[in-house]
Design a protein around this ligand. Structure first.
Ligand code: FAD
Length: 387
């Protein structure tokens, strides 16, 4: 049995866990990162998992030296957003009026994850446990003890759970997670469009769910349709031609005819709220710390803000006492409002647009038109999205 000692052990090298490890590059902390499925190098095929990356997240990736290594010809800048209610109400945002070059970038998840993973290979203060599984985790007055499947034991002052929404680490710590199933899935697929999308992200709040078209380079778009179980089944069973026709029709043929590229995938949607983000010797980040509806495309962005904040708190303190609860509470206090605001906004929008109440249907469309006229509200919404 091999035993190793670290200051911080991170479990999960998704975008959030990997970015957190990279942010501690110059910290002087001795780090370990455990990942069961390291990312494969990207191929020319388009990833079905596509994210809207906010300027704040892009700036973090740039500070980590990762943005510069990504193939920019695969990233779609968003210059405007057009959001439609189910009775024709409209809400529009544009980068020019917001005084920014672009509102977001539409990017492939696998490429970001692989770019981060590649950067971590040369990080002096980091040991990677790639392809490793976790078998036991316990905390004592001396810190945390994590046993891996091959018998290796990692001791640390702090464990950071970045292992996603079903977090094994969170469960070992006995932290309760309240999960409300939305009884919906996010159905995702990519298409080539007949007409140019001009960098406009489009979203429709429809009776059958929320449909989004996100602009990728070269007349490509990524579609996310958050919809109920029966409709998900039908969309997953559709041929590429049938799916392209249904998605095109649902979007009023705004970009002409569509032609599907690659496969269709579906992800179950839920909101997850945890009772605490920290315990002595433990901090949760990313989806391990919160689940949000993808209608605002903010899950990874929220997680990257956790990673940045926790790294900043640890950088201020250094190795001594990095697992202390009083220090970790600083991270928690700094993150709670942002997380609660995103969960409340996405959850409320989801319920508001799911309601069949005709009065609410009228009000939600009036609200959308009203927001479109009200510059301060629009500015607030935009700031949240850019963060
Ligand atoms: C349909 C859909 C669309 C979305 N669109 C957007 C969007 O446009 N923009 C956006 O910001 N967000 C979006 N999201 C949200 C986004 O997918 C998540 O918020 C994000 O993936 C969370 O990243 P993470 O690193 O915290 O977790 P994950 O991506 O889940 O990564 C967790 C990592 O931990 C590893 N792991 C898990 N358990 C263990 C273990 N026991 N031992 C070792 N390793 C382990 C996993 O292999 C994985 O690599 C969307 C979500 C859905 C469902």
């Amino acid at each position: 049995m091999t035993t190793q000692n670290y200051d911080v052990v991170i479990v999960g090298a998704g975008i959030v866990g990997a970015a957190f490890a990279a942010a501690l590059r110059d910290s002087g902390l001795n780090l370990a990162l455990v990942e069961q499925h390291p990312p494969e190098p990207p191929t020319d095929d388009w990833d079905t998992r596509i994210y809207a990356i906010s300027p704040g997240s892009a700036a973090l990736l740039e500070n980590l030296g990762v943005w510069q290594t990504l193939d920019q010809s695969r990233n779609g800048p968003v210059y405007g957003m057009s959001i439609r209610g189910d009775s024709g109400a409209e809400l529009e945002f544009d980068a020019y009026r917001a005084g920014v070059p672009q509102l977001a970038w539409i990017m492939e998840s696998g490429r970001i994850q692989h770019g981060l993973w590649a950067a971590l290979q040369n990080q002096d203060n980091l040991t990677l446990y790639a392809g490793a599984s976790c078998s036991e985790l316990a905390w004592s007055a001396f810190g945390a003890r994590l046993a891996l499947g091959d018998g290796t034991v990692l001791h640390s002052k702090l464990v950071v759970a970045a292992d996603g929404r079903q977090s094994w680490v969170r469960a070992q710590a006995g932290i309760a997670s309240r999960r409300e199933d939305y009884l919906q899935s996010g159905v995702v697929a990519n298409f080539v469009t007949e007409q140019a999308h001009r960098g406009i992200a489009r979203q429709w709040f429809r009776e059958d769910g929320v449909l989004a078209w996100l602009p990728l380079p070269d007349n490509h778009i990524s579609m996310v349709w958050s919809t109920d179980a029966e409709h998900t089944k039908a969309l997953m069973a559709a041929s590429p031609e049938q799916l392209a026709e249904e998605v095109g029709r649902a979007g009023g043929y705004a970009l002409g005819k569509l032609c599907q590229l690659g496969t269709t995938a579906a992800f179950p949607l839920s909101i997850n709220r945890v009772s605490t983000l920290v315990k002595p010797g433990l901090a949760l980040i990313g989806d391990a710390a919160h689940g949000v509806h993808p209608l605002a495309g903010q899950g990874v962005n929220l997680g990257l803000r956790d990673a940045r904040e926790l790294a900043n708190v640890l950088l201020q303190r250094g190795a001594a006492g990095c697992g202390e609860l009083a220090l970790l509470r600083r991270y928690e206090r700094a993150r709670l409002a942002d997380i609660a605001a995103m969960q409340t906004v996405t959850d409320s929008l989801h319920h508001l647009f799911r309601s069949r109440n005709p009065m609410l249907a009228k009000l939600r469309n009036i609200g959308m038109d009203f927001t479109n006229q009200l510059t301060p509200v629009k500015t607030w919404l935009m700031r949240q999205a850019l963060g």
